[in-house]
Design a protein around this ligand. Structure first.
Ligand code: SAH
Length: 374
C-alpha cells in the first residue's frame, strides 16, 4: 500500500459476473416493455453491480480502448499547465482542480507533475475526482498517492467545493446516456431497446409520432430513418459547470470525440480495441456516443458563461506548445524514449489519427480572457 498522505482509500472492487446484466435488462423489458437507449446505456455502463465501468479497468492494451493520457504524458502535462495558466490569469485564488471521469488517474498525475513548478499553484488548490467506478477509484488512489496532499473523490458534481473551479473532462461526456429519435412517416419516434427472438433489438414503438423534447438545428434534413440524439445528462452537467464558473470564476476544458454540427446514429461499442455490436453482451463492452458540442456550448451560454472552440485536438495541442514540449523531453531522453514521444504526439495530433476527430472546448466566466489554444 502506498502512504495514505491525506487520501482516503475508496471501497474495494465488486465481484465478477457474466451475462447477468443481459438477463436483468430482458426481465425488465418483459415486465414493463422496451426501454430507451439512454436507460440501456446507463444500465450497460453504470449498473451498480454489473455495469461495464463498475467492475473493470477498461483502458490500455489489455483492455478495450486507449485514451490520450494513456498514449503520451504530454497530454496531461499540457492540460495541467493550461489549467494553471487560467489560475494565474484569475489572480491566483484558492481553487478546486477537478477531473470528471479520471480513468486510471494518469492525466491528473501528469498534470500535477508538470504544474508543480508553477509558483504557489499546488498550495492554492485541492484536487477533486468525480468517479463512479470503484475499480477505477482504486487505480486512481494508487496512481495519485503522494502527488498532492489534498485529494478527494466524489460520485457526482453535487458536493464539489464552493470556490473557483479548474476542471477537465477527457472522454467523460461520451459515456453519458443518450436518447435517440428516428424520423419515419413524417413523424418522430423514440428508438427503444426491446427483445426479438430472445435477443435485444432496436425497436420503434408502434404509436403515433411524438414531439422532440429539444429544438432541432435549423437546416437539419428530415430524411426518412434520420436519427437524432439527445444527451440530457451532458446538458445538465454543462449547465452546472457553466453556472458555477460564472458565479465563482474558473475554467473548464472538455475534450472528446464529437461533432460541432450534423448528426446521425453515433452510438458505438468497443471491445478489445474493435467495434462491437451495441446490443451484444451489455456490461462487457464500452458504449459511447459522440458529443454534441454545439448543444453543450448553447447550454453553457444560457447559464451565463462563454465558450471557446470546439477546436480540433491536434491544432489545440500544437498551439499550446506540444511540439516544443516533445522537443524538450527528447533532448533528455534516449533514442527509444524519443521515438515513443514523437509517435505519441503524432497519434494525438495528426488529423488522420486523433487530431481531428477529437475536439477541445473551453468554458469560462463571461469576463475570462480568451485562453491559449483557441
Ligand atoms: N478520462 C480518462 C478515462 C476515460 S473513460 C482518460 O482519458 O483516460 C471514462 C471515465 O468516466 C471512467 O473513469 C469512468 O468510470 C467514468 N465515468 C463514466 N460514467 C460516469 C458517470 N456517470 N459518473 C462518473 N464517472 C463516470
Amino acid at each position: 500500500m502506498p502512504p495514505a498522505n491525506g487520501l482516503t482509500p475508496p471501497p474495494n472492487p465488486l465481484p465478477q459476473g457474466e451475462g447477468e446484466l443481459e438477463r436483468i435488462i430482458k426481465d425488465r423489458i418483459a415486465a414493463a416493455g422496451p426501454i430507451s437507449v439512454a436507460d440501456y446505456m446507463e444500465l450497460a455502463l453504470t449498473h451498480p453491480e454489473f455495469g461495464y465501468y463498475m467492475r473493470r479497468d477498461p483502458l490500455g492494451a489489455q483492455g478495450d480502448f486507449t485514451t490520450s493520457p494513456e498514449i503520451s504524458q504530454i497530454f496531461g502535462e499540457l492540460a495541467g499547465l493550461w489549467l494553471a495558466r487560467q489560475w494565474e490569469v484569475m489572480g491566483k485564488p484558492k481553487a478546486a482542480l477537478i477531473e470528471l471521469g479520471p480513468g486510471r488517474g494518469t492525466l491528473m498525475a501528469d498534470a500535477l507533475r508538470a504544474s508543480k513548478k508553477i509558483n504557489g499553484f499546488h498550495d492554492a488548490i485541492s484536487v477533486h475526482l468525480v468517479e463512479k467506478s470503484p475499480v477505477l477509484k482504486q487505480k486512481q488512489w494508487h496512481t495519485l498517492a503522494g502527488k498532492h496532499n489534498r485529494i478527494e473523490w466524489h460520485e457526482t458534481l453535487d458536493d464539489l467545493p464552493d470556490m473557483p473551479w479548474l476542471l477537465i473532462a477527457n472522454e467523460f461526456f461520451d459515456a453519458l446516456p443518450i436518447r435517440q429519435f428516428v424520423y419515419q412517416k413524417d413523424a418522430w419516434h423514440e428508438r427503444m431497446v426491446g427483445v426479438e427472438d430472445d435477443h435485444l433489438a432496436f425497436v420503434i414503438p408502434a404509436k403515433a409520432g411524438i414531439q422532440l423534447p429539444f429544438p432541432l438545428d435549423s437546416g437539419q434534413r428530415l430524411d426518412n430513418d434520420a436519427i437524432v440524439e439527445h444527451c440530457q445528462p451532458a446538458l445538465s452537467i454543462t449547465t452546472r459547470i457553466a453556472s458555477h464558473l460564472s458565479a465563482q470564476g474558473g475554467a473548464a476544458l472538455v475534450i472528446d470525440y464529437g461533432y460541432a454540427q450534423g448528426k446521425g446514429d453515433t452510438l458505438q461499442a468497443m471491445h478489445r480495441h474493435s467495434y462491437h455490436d451495441t446490443l451484444k453482451n451489455p456490461g462487457e463492452a464500452d458504449l459511447t456516443a459522440h458529443v454534441d458540442f454545439a448543444a453543450l456550448a448553447q447550454a453553457a451560454l444560457q447559464a451565463g458563461a462563454k465558450t471557446f472552440g470546439p477546436e480540433p485536438q491536434g491544432r489545440f495541442l500544437m498551439k499550446i506548445g506540444a511540439g516544443v514540449r516533445v522537443q524538450k523531453l527528447c533532448a533528455q531522453a534516449d533514442s527509444e524514449q524519443s521515438a515513443a514521444l514523437i509517435s505519441g504526439l503524432e497519434r494525438l495530433a495528426s488529423p488522420d489519427k486523433m487530431g481531428d476527430l477529437f475536439k477541445v472546448m473551453a468554458i469560462a466566466a463571461a469576463d475570462h480572457p480568451k485562453p491559449e489554444g483557441f
